[in-house]
Design a protein around this ligand. Sequence first.
Ligand code: SF4
Length: 348
Amino acid sequence: MPATPPTLPHEAEAFAASLLSWYRENYRPLPWREQPSLYRTVVSELMCQQTQIATALPYFARWMAQLPDFEALANASEETVVKLWEGLGYYSRARNLHKLAKQWVAADPKPQSAAEWRAYPGVGPYTAAAIASITFGEKSAVVDGNVVRILARLTNDQREFSNGGKAVKSFTTLADLLIEYATHAGDHNQAMMELGATVCTKANPQCLLCPVRTFCSVNRAGDPAQLPRIAKKQVIQRRVDRVFLVNDGCLLLHQIPTTARRLAGMCELPPAELLETTYPAELIMTRRRGIANERIEERFLSVNWTRDLEKLVGAEATLFWQPLDELDDVTLTGPHRKWLAELFKQCL
Ligand code: SF4
């Protein structure tokens, strides 16, 4: 009779050992791995929450050059912090990092465990587990979309989850069990992240190169790419008209209120509705952006400067004129910084 194939979690110790030895030979030499410290781990974890590593790398270098430790960050102005984040999106992460540094500097004793880190702004279960395991060796498993994907495939789990959060919750027990067998919790967690990012990828997983393929049920019995089964979020389509208006060497901008749920305090070209534009307007450019599950079409309109418009601008507190040669001083959202360069090229 053929031997029963090994299945998780029964083979947890051998699985953890295979994963670790693969990671130690194959990990990407990222700056926060090459010169690890608590601060660098915290910054990298928050920066990479919704951003790909390749995108985050230049931001991380710039951040470390200007704000090298918790004290420097705690003492920086919010303006400096948000400006350093410009273009990365999800700006609440920058503000949370700023608050976190202030809280850490004031804390006595300093936080170590994942449970203690959870009390810090912007630190959810994943980030807390990453910090506590990488810096303090705590056996606390990280579970995100990457880890869910690996575990669903390893166990050939065909359940359908209504959203990613439910899948994370469901696989946390197995992730916690596996890390118990790890000889180095921080490297185990990083190895799981690395495996998900480079080998067990969403499409086209590299099963032939996978260090844990002998433990993988779907590799033996099915199609890895169709797991995990998570219901797709409904996509919402929206359209926003915006005004591109330059007058007397200044550009009209709109600051998003600091109470807004998204992009609070950032600047963009003004939505046309703020100016009640029933004026003749010329469509000069159309671009698209995605924020969470929204797909937004942004149309840029050129309008002529008139007295009526002047009154409307004066009455709207979120609108202001920014000199063209001082545009670098305001914090624009990433897409608008890019699109403005295109508009200037096209229109000025
Ligand atoms: S064998 Fe394939 S599906 Fe299984 S964990 Fe490795 S890469 Fe993923």
